[in-house]
Design a protein around this ligand. Structure first.
Ligand code: SME
Length: 168
C-alpha cells in the first residue's frame, strides 16, 4: 500500500501553488544572472506565497572556507551567520547533498535553533548548472510536520530551474 500512502501525502493544491510560483519566479528572474539577486528573489517570493513559512532563506558555501556555510539572502528573524558542514540540518544537507525533511526539529540531533518558534523544517542542497554546490535553501515553519514530498519536489523544481540551468 506504499502507493496509496504516498498519494495521500501529496497535496494537489500545494503542488499547484508551487507550479504557479515557479512560473512567477522564472518570469521575474528572466535575464538576471546574479546568484545573490536570484536567491533574494526566491526567498522573498516563497515567504509571500506560503504565509506559514516562518523563515525562508539561503546559506551559501563560503568561497573563502569551503567547509563552511555563510548566511545568504533570507526573509525572517535573524539567522545564525555561519554553519559548519555537517552541523545542524543545513550543514548535514550540504555535506551529504541531500534533501532533509524534519517534521520535529526537537527530534533532530544537533538542530540549530535560530528562531525558537521553529518546529519543523526542510533543507535542500542548491546546485549550479555544473553540479557545484552553491549552498542550501532552508525553510522553517512554526507548526510541526509542515513539509512533505510535495514541498520537496516543488522546491527542488524551483531550485533546479533557478540555479541549475545556464542563465547566460
Ligand atoms: N535550523 C537550522 C539553522 C538555520 S535557521 O533555522 C535559520 C539548522 O539546524 O541547520
Amino acid at each position: 500500500m506504499a502507493e496509496t500512502f504516498s498519494a495521500a501525502r501529496l497535496s494537489p493544491e500545494k503542488a499547484a501553488r508551487y507550479a504557479e510560483l515557479a512560473e512567477e519566479i522564472r518570469a521575474v528572474l528572466e535575464g538576471e544572472p546574479d546568484p545573490i539577486a536570484r536567491m533574494a528573489t526566491v526567498s522573498s517570493m516563497l515567504a509571500a506565497a506560503f504565509p506559514q513559512f516562518l523563515w525562508t532563506g539561503f546559506y551559501r558555501v563560503d568561497p573563502r572556507r569551503s567547509d563552511e556555510l555563510v548566511i545568504g539572502p533570507y526573509q525572517g528573524q535573524l539567522g545564525c551567520l555561519r554553519i559548519a558542514f555537517g552541523r545542524g540540518v543545513c550543514g548535514t544537507s550540504a555535506a551529504d547533498r541531500r534533501v532533509l525533511i524534519v517534521p520535529d526539529v526537537d527530534a533532530f540531533e544537533g538542530h540549530i535553533a535560530c528562531d525558537s518558534r521553529s518546529r519543523s523544517e526542510i533543507v535542500l542542497p542548491v546546485l549550479d548548472a555544473a553540479g557545484e554546490l552553491l549552498g542550501v535553501l532552508d525553510v522553517d515553519s512554526a507548526d510541526l510536520a509542515t513539509f512533505d514530498e510535495t514541498d520537496a519536489s516543488g522546491l527542488q523544481s524551483i531550485l533546479s530551474t533557478t540555479f541549475g540551468t545556464s542563465t547566460a
